[in-house]
Design a binder for this molecule. Structure first.
Ligand SMILES: Cc1cc2nc3c(=O)[nH]c(=O)nc-3n(C[C@H](O)[C@H](O)[C@H](O)COP(=O)(O)OP(=O)(O)OC[C@H]3O[C@@H](n4cnc5c(N)ncnc54)[C@H](O)[C@@H]3O)c2cc1C
Length: 444
């Protein structure tokens, strides 16, 4: 992490820490001695702190993936999604504890069974039914985000279920402020909580709706050309106005929404496969399913909505003054590396390793060779099986002896990324000099 990124990350952590502190403080401020009379009132009190902290984590988790551009630029999309995924289970468990403990506490107080108490609360308390529905949405989003469950469903199904978490959080709000003793007769606590919800709503609406829609209209991006690159791969050349204002760099990706029948409703991430200009951007897509297979039918003139740029897989993240970069691409993972090649300062020596199963899979061979000649880079084409090219340190150093003294960029299937990461580690390459992008479902 660069010094600037560390600075932002430290600030973000400090703000989140203060938020957590305030969340606990509003509970402590409103609790009384009688709330801790053992056992049932105490159980209800514990359930309340679970609800507050769980909801706080859920809100923070949403803000983490709300695409705030300066956070994305310094921390990186991958890392934010990873943090979001780490926080998600805590939010879910705490809110589930809240539901179970509050039912247990009230059931004990009133001498009812837990099921009966849940039913009574849902029917009698204000806004409890919407909160219960919200809880079910939240559980559905949590369960479908577990690797095993997720791998069994399509991205679209997972995404639609996940969208309901926004509704879940919104539905739970009213029961909190109308029935939670930390808010009743505690106007400051209520303002704080309202502020948190409003800030979250604003972040999502501004960064995920207003900014992308505004930019999409301002730059009026449209498909200009579809180029068949062979091996089920096509390039989409898009043209628009003043694209330099996006400050995009080769190696970054956007979420693209092609406004045509059957494709407009879901966005897909694709990396730039050439350094962007003020009028043109290009992505290169391998047919791996419905949407990626359909792009070859896009008509010139099709309007493109986009979110981005995202990612910190860029030449500007290379170590200053090191002077050597090794770019390792596997299959269609070569596309952002092709764009990156154009972005390095001419003083940086560049070696590209293109790992492919066979010669047929060498997309962009001509472009890579031309670019290499123009900037004095070397491209090593490694075709064949994993046995022939194990991609460990000694194998890589056969082609690039200066590997251990380089910045390493790798993009491709996870096994390739993992192998190169292990090779870098074995050579003692520090984490800051290893940059990876996996073309994988970043579950949010
Ligand atoms: C950061 C990033 C950059 C990428 N860049 C490129 C690129 O430059 N060129 C390229 O060919 N591919 C790229 N991909 C992969 C590409 O996004 C998927 O292949 C494509 O979205 C598959 O959609 P589908 O409907 O055709 O396939 P499906 O059959 O629906 O899915 C195939 C795989 O792609 C995943 N996937 C599907 N939709 C999405 C989505 N909206 N977001 C994330 N993952 C999804 C699925 O989970 C599954 O693992 C990139 C992926 C990521 C995460």
């Amino acid at each position: 992490m660069s010094v600037r990124a560390k600075y932002y990350a430290d600030w973000a952590s400090a703000v989140l820490g203060v938020g957590l502190g305030l969340t606990v403080a509003i509970f402590l401020e409103s609790t009384t001695r009688s709330d801790w009379a053992w056992p049932y009132p105490a159980i209800i009190s514990v359930s309340r702190i679970c609800a507050l902290v769980g909801t706080y984590f859920a809100l923070v988790g949403i803000v983490m993936v709300s695409r705030i551009s300066w956070i994305e630029r310094s921390v990186g999309h991958d890392k934010l999604v990873r943090w979001h995924r780490k926080l998600g289970p805590y939010a879910l468990f705490l809110i589930t504890f809240h539901v179970l403990l509050v039912a247990l506490g009230y059931a004990g107080n009133e001498g009812l069974r837990i099921g009966g108490e849940l039913w009574r609360m849902t029917r009698n308390y204000q806004w409890m039914l919407p909160a219960a529905v919200g809880f079910l949405f939240f559980v559905a989003a949590g369960v479908t985000s577990y690797k095993r469950v997720r791998s069994k469903m399509s991205y679209e199904t997972w995404w639609t279920i996940h969208l309901y978490t926004y509704l879940a959080i919104a539905l739970s709000y009213m029961h909190q402020v109308l029935t939670g003793p930390m808010f009743l007769n505690h106007p400051l606590n209520k303002y704080y909580w309202e502020g948190l919800y409003l800030l979250t709503a604003f972040t999502i609406i501004y960064w995920r709706v207003v900014i992308p829609v505004f930019r999409s209209f301002r730059h009026d991006l449209r498909v200009a050309e579809i180029v068949d690159e062979g091996s089920s791969v096509v390039s989409i050349v898009m043209r628009g106005h003043k694209l330099d204002r996006l400050n995009a760099q080769g190696g970054q990706f956007f979420s693209w929404r092609f406004m045509t029948k059957g494709q407009w409703w879901i966005a897909h991430p694709y990396s730039l496969s050439a350094a962007p200009t003020s009028e043109e951007m290009r992505v290169t897509v391998k047919n791996l399913g419905d949407a990626s297979g359909a792009v070859k039918h896009l008509k010139p003139g099709t309007k493109v909505f986009f979110e981005g740029p995202f990612g910190i897989f860029t030449a500007s993240k290379a170590t200053k003054g090191l002077g050597h970069a090794v770019l390792v691409g596997g299959g269609v993972g070569i596309t952002p590396l092709r764009a990156l090649m154009e972005e390095f300062d001419p003083s940086v020596e560049v070696d590209v390793i293109f790992r492919a199963a066979s010669e047929d899979d060498l997309v962009f061979k001509l472009e890579l060779d031309e670019l290499a000649e123009a900037r004095g880079a070397r491209v090593h084409y490694l075709m064949g099986s994993r046995k022939q090219h194990p991609m460990n340190a000694s194998h890589i150093m056969k082609y690039v002896p200066a590997f251990r003294y380089s910045d390493v960029y790798v993009c491709g299937p996870t096994p390739l990324v993992d192998a190169v990461r292990a090779a870098a580690l074995a050579c003692g390459i520090p984490k800051e000099r290893f940059h990876a992008e996996a073309f994988e479902f970043h579950a949010e």
